[in-house]
Design a protein around this ligand. Structure first.
Ligand code: FE2
Length: 301
């Protein structure tokens, strides 16, 4: 993870460019899939020099390390400072959602009714999401092997980190944290249609496609699930989790070049995760996006 705090890099679980790296025979032979694999903080991470923050992350990580899939998720004991950080982020992103989020997202966030003053507990959100769409959330200590993460989607399980970003950068995180997981992915997974799309992505990855096929899928995933936009009432609205979990991305998306949603073109389009996205693929409606992406993924799986 090499990034500056002014970047918008989100080294995400779902970044399939990283999945393609584990098709390397040597790497595959030397590593067993492990949902609790932790990536150490690098010197340019906002929390690297904060011993208290690192201790907090380790403490929260222990919940995941001791977790047995399918059992109830123990509560994370967040500090008042962490709750305050969540509140600050929610107060910034809430108005951005009202201006820029698609109807499907707004419907889901209303149904989930996440608290804005306290960080919600993963187990409580998971129960609610499961009731709405059948998908459930399970804790992981940190970044896991992307293939482990993506293949769990096929089973209707989304692996979530529980720690929160460093308080010095409330609107930025270089890796998935509880804000990205809950305000981005968990909310969208409360939608049956998003849940189905995520299951299909997992099914495609499970078939261990060739390196080229996975790279193409990575780009399609990036330009839809993470950074997709649709037209609604003659306005551009976000449905991508990378946009919906970042007030900065939401506010800047109107200045992006909009291209018609063409998944074959998206599959060829390179992207740079360290910058605000200069070009976005825009469907004429949520329904058009859902139909096109479903057919694309079914064809691959
Ligand atoms: Fe993500």
């Amino acid at each position: 993870m090499s990034t500056k705090t002014t970047d918008t890099l989100l080294l995400d679980h779902g970044d399939m460019r990283l999945v393609t790296s584990d098709t390397d025979e040597t790497l595959a032979a030397n590593s067993s899939p492990n949902r609790n694999q932790i990536i150490q903080l690098e010197p340019d991470h906002p929390g690297f020099g904060d011993a208290e923050y690192r201790a907090r992350r380790n403490s929260i990580a222990h919940i995941a390390l001791g977790y047995k899939p399918g059992t109830s998720i123990p509560h994370a004991l967040y500090t008042e400072r962490e709750h305050e950080l969540w509140r600050t982020i929610c107060e910034t992103i809430g108005p951005a959602h009202r201006r820029h989020a698609c109807a499907e997202y707004l419907d889901c966030i209303a149904k989930l009714d996440l608290p804005i003053k306290r960080i919600p507990q993963l187990g409580n959100v998971s129960s609610r999401v499961q009731m709405l769409s059948g998908f459930r959330l399970e804790p992981v200590a940190g970044l896991v092997q992307p293939r482990v993460f993506l293949e769990s989607l096929a089973n209707g399980v989304f692996l979530c980190t529980q720690y929160i970003r460093h308080h010095s950068t409330p609107l930025y995180t270089p890796e998935p944290d509880v804000v990205h997981e809950l305000l981005g992915h968990a909310v969208t997974l409360a939608s049956r249609r998003f849940a189905e799309l995520n299951r299909l992505v997992g099914a495609v990855v499970k078939r261990r496609q060739s390196l080229e096929e996975l790279e193409r899928l990575a780009r399609v995933y990036w330009f839809t699930i993470e950074f997709g936009v649709v037209r609604e009432n003659n306005q551009i609205k976000a449905y991508g989790t990378g946009l919906l979990s970042s007030a900065g991305e939401l506010e800047r998306m109107d200045s992006a070049e909009l291209r018609p949603l063409d998944l074959e073109a998206a599959a060829q389009q390179e992207y740079d995760p360290t910058r605000f996205q200069p070009a976005l693929y825009c469907a004429n409606s949520f329904e058009e996006m859902y139909q096109k992406l479903t057919h694309y993924l079914l064809r691959l799986s």
